[in-house]
Design a protein around this ligand. Structure first.
Ligand SMILES: Cc1cc2nc3c(=O)[nH]c(=O)nc-3n(C[C@H](O)[C@H](O)[C@H](O)COP(=O)(O)OP(=O)(O)OC[C@H]3O[C@@H](n4cnc5c(N)ncnc54)[C@H](O)[C@@H]3O)c2cc1C
Length: 297
């Protein structure tokens, strides 16, 4: 990227130039982005987006990059990472949380005040923004259950509040996936609970994750969405695909729903392996799997 442009962006917020995206991705895959920008406030994010829009510079927003696969070729433009927008405001009837707050940290934080509702999210390695965008869920809970409203930055318009009923939450789906906006904060509705019970629930969930998921290997979690009336992992296992590899990418032997970066996998390896899994499951069971993680190039 042009040096003067990079300098201008660095006057708005912290940046890293020619930065390897494998360093920030849970898959540990990805070539260099021209710029990774780390705004630490909503104002700085707004200025950054305004600058990028007016100079026609491509940009993409990520939180913890735990549900994305970056291309081996990297990204031409700006990857905006929200992790420094990480304030939590406790108010009487709501908890207002900035997009970059990691949801596992958030679950721990609210449990200190005996606030219940986020236990399910303990162990999800995403940010609040990414979790709202994906309507992330686990153990029977999902973000849609606890959202009051979401504040988004709409390019050329500014900050807009999207009330829960307009969020169009579905299974791993939300309004935000279909409209050009950046989630900057969300208001959560949590209830007063019993701290010991909350902590106990969270510990059990974490234990279950550690038992069932290949957490020792880089991945994006479940690689496929749950198909109607079935479980992707079960179908993949029944198709005999556990342990299948393409290059360094592998269908986890511990949990067939996970594609892991077993040995310096490239993004091409992961995409090819996931394609083959989709094809074979379709052939054997006539079920169409859909990738859950997003490819960014
Ligand atoms: C080991 C492991 C376990 C996992 N377990 C679960 C689980 O139990 N349940 C589950 O649902 N998911 C799970 N995931 C997947 C992932 O953690 C979730 O989807 C999470 O919500 C993604 O958040 P993120 O901040 O990492 O998003 P990213 O990966 O950074 O981004 C995901 C998508 O959200 C968009 N996005 C991110 N932030 C914003 C924002 N502020 N505004 C607008 N768009 C935004 C990105 O552009 C991208 O399209 C798991 C992943 C791993 C690696």
């Amino acid at each position: 990227m042009d040096h003067l442009i990079a300098e201008k962006i660095s006057s708005i917020c912290e940046i890293k130039e020619n930065y390897k995206l494998s360093n920030i991705s849970s898959f540990k895959i990805g070539g260099e982005a021209d710029i990774v920008a780390l705004p630490d406030s909503i104002d700085k994010l707004s200025s950054l987006v305004k600058f990028a829009e007016s100079h026609k510079i491509r940009y993409r927003v990520v939180g913890n990059a735990s549900n994305v696969l970056f291309s081996d070729e990297g990204f031409r433009g700006i990857i905006i990472k929200t992790s420094k927008m990480n304030k939590i405001y406790f108010r009487t009837n709501e908890t207002l949380v900035e997009a970059g707050v990691p949801v596992t940290k958030l679950a721990m934080e609210v449990s200190k005040y005996s606030m219940s509702g986020l236990e399910f999210a303990y162990g999800i390695p995403g940010s609040l923004g990414g979790a709202v965008y994906m309507n992330a869920g686990a153990f029977g809970g999902e973000f849609s259950n606890i959202i009051n409203y979401v504040n988004v930055l709409v390019p050329h318009k500014g900050i807009v509040t999207i009330e829960k009923k307009k969020c169009e939450f579905g299974y791993r789906d939300s309004w935000f996936q279909h409209n050009n906006c950046i989630i900057v904060a969300a208001s959560l509705s949590l209830t007063k609970g019993n701290k010991a019970e909350i902590d106990n629930k969270m510990n059990n969930y974490m234990f279950e994750r550690m038992e069932k998921q290949p957490l020792d290997k880089p991945s994006a979690g479940s690689a496929f969405k749950r198909p109607h009336n079935a479980f992707a992992g079960q179908l993949i296992e029944n198709a005999g695909l556990k342990g299948m590899t393409v290059g360094g990418a592998k269908v986890s032997e511990k949990h067939a729903g996970f594609i892991i970066n077993d040995n310096s996998a490239s993004s091409k390896d992961v995409m090819e392996l996931s394609e083959r899994v989709i094809e074979i499951v379709k052939e054997k069971f006539n079920v169409q799997l859909e990738r859950e993680f997003e490819y960014i190039d």
